[in-house]
Design a protein around this ligand. Structure first.
Ligand code: AMP
Ligand code: MG
Length: 414
């Protein structure tokens, strides 16, 4: 039997980031059309630094609505002794003319509009009478007031984002403005899901005697999508080694990662084991954890395969602690999934020698947890009602009130 940490480290160490691919930065503008199938770039990791090709701002411009002046021309202006200047015209945002400000005059200017040559300050409109032909300026300003200089934000050659940045909405303005047409990113891992079991029937159909609805397929697909992976197939195979091998070979053609459920434990008809036990590219192990003791891991035609146990709770836990970290590595990310800490509000027991992932709910303040439902790996009601998994170390058998545990939230996985 492997410890939980041993097995987790083994599967994470077995995978490498996918090959980067160059994508048009303009894809970032695709927010609305891309939303349904996952944003084309958000959540992806950059594979190279983004270096600005341009100066930002690209031209010196006004930071305020007001009047572009030479500071020397409004020297000494006060509310009691305003300076009056002729207004030579307006400059709106989007004005592409190259203008020059004659000494002793000013121009009305809007936020973001280019500063005319010769001007060195902007007097905000609130410090004036707002005049159109002539304007009364009621406060002196120093040179540089209310202007944004060309290149003060970024200069050509400045690094905007380091390699390894997970692209988030806050990166979009810099990415779109830095003048680079393409960026190299690590693609989303393509994930295929395969449920096994002769007892399974399609979701939405009635399960007869001896049958159960295939809930792992859709659940694992949903987990993969929530992790930001690209789900390319969700399929089912019966309980023979041939069916499973055939399905995996087909899925490997379009997937980087294949997640199967069922068929890895100690029964007489375990199709994953029938297909791959003894295969040099596969291993079937027992892991000192609960739920999720039987695990399989291997490779088929270049795709990484996680063979998870079939009980839905076992599948879910196994996905979160093995598949999600490995998938994150494929995506160029840190393998660690998000965890928090919380204190125990109600005692429970944990099996000796196995790291338990207990279904728990948070109390209102979010700082303490209590167990919910039975901890059997087939208990779906308890799973639906739970908000998190509490990680109980293998050596602990009695989880005591007040003890602090690591908690894996079941919401907001990405
Ligand atoms: P197995 O790991 O194949 O021995 O399955 C263990 C238990 O999980 C059995 O009760 C199966 O019926 C159940 N199970 C396996 N796969 C699924 C699935 N895709 N959906 C729902 N239950 C499943
Ligand atoms: Mg089965």
């Amino acid at each position: 039997m492997l410890t939980f940490d041993e097995y987790q480290q083994r599967v994470v160490a077995a995978v490498r980031p996918l090959a980067p691919r160059s994508v048009p930065v303009a894809d970032l503008a695709d927010t609305l059309t891309g939303a349904a199938d996952g944003h084309p770039l958000l959540g992806l990791v950059t594979a190279e630094p983004l270096v600005s090709r341009v100066a930002l701002p690209g031209f010196t411009n006004s930071a305020m609505d007001g009047y572009a002046v030479r500071a020397a021309d409004v020297h000494g202006a006060t509310p009691d002794a305003p300076v009056s200047l002729p207004v030579a015209g307006d400059i709106a945002a989007g004005d592409t003319r190259t203008l020059r400000l004659e000494p002793g005059s000013c121009r009305r200017i809007m936020t973001g509009a280019p500063l005319p040559d010769g001007a060195d300050a902007v007097v905000q409109v609130e410090l004036t009478d707002g005049g159109l032909e002539r304007v009364e300026i009621r406060e002196a300003v120093e040179a540089g007031r209310a202007i944004r200089r060309r290149g003060e934000d970024l200069r050509p050659g400045d690094q905007v984002l380091p390699a390894g940045t997970t692209l988030l909405p806050r990166h979009i303005p810099a990415l779109l403005s830095a003048g680079a047409p393409q960026i190299a990113v690590i693609p989303r891992p393509r994930v295929a899901i395969l449920s096994t079991g002769d007892e399974l029937v399609d979701p939405g159909t009635e399960a007869g005697h001896g049958q159960v609805v295939d809930c792992n397929g859709p659940m694992l697909a949903a987990l993969a999508a929530e992790c930001g992976f690209d789900v390319v197939a969700v399929r089912r195979a019966g309980d023979t080694g041939e069916q499973v091998r055939e399905a995996l070979t087909e899925l490997a053609a379009t997937a980087d990662l294949i997640v199967t459920s069922g068929g890895v434990s100690a029964g007489a008809f375990e199709p994953l084991k029938l297909a791959f036990e003894g295969d040099a590219d596969f291993e079937f192990v027992k892991v000192a954890m609960q739920p999720g003791k039987p695990q399989g891991f291997g490779n088929i035609a270049g795709a990484t395969v996680f063979a998870l146990p079939g009980n839905p709770v076992s599948s879910l836990v196994s996905f979160l602690v093995f598949v999600a970290p490995a998938g994150r590595v494929l995506a160029g990310r840190d393998p660690a999934i998000r965890t928090v800490e919380a204190a125990v509000a109600e005692k429970w027991t944990s099996p000796p020698g196995r790291q338990q992932f207990a279904r728990v709910v948070f109390d209102e303040d979010g700082r303490v947890v209590r167990p919910i439902g039975g901890q059997g790996s087939h208990v779906l009601g308890g799973l639906a009602g739970s908000q998190a998994l509490a990680v109980v170390p293998a050596a602990t058998t009695d989880v005591a009130v007040g003890e602090t545990l690591r908690i894996i939230p079941l919401e907001g996985l990405a």
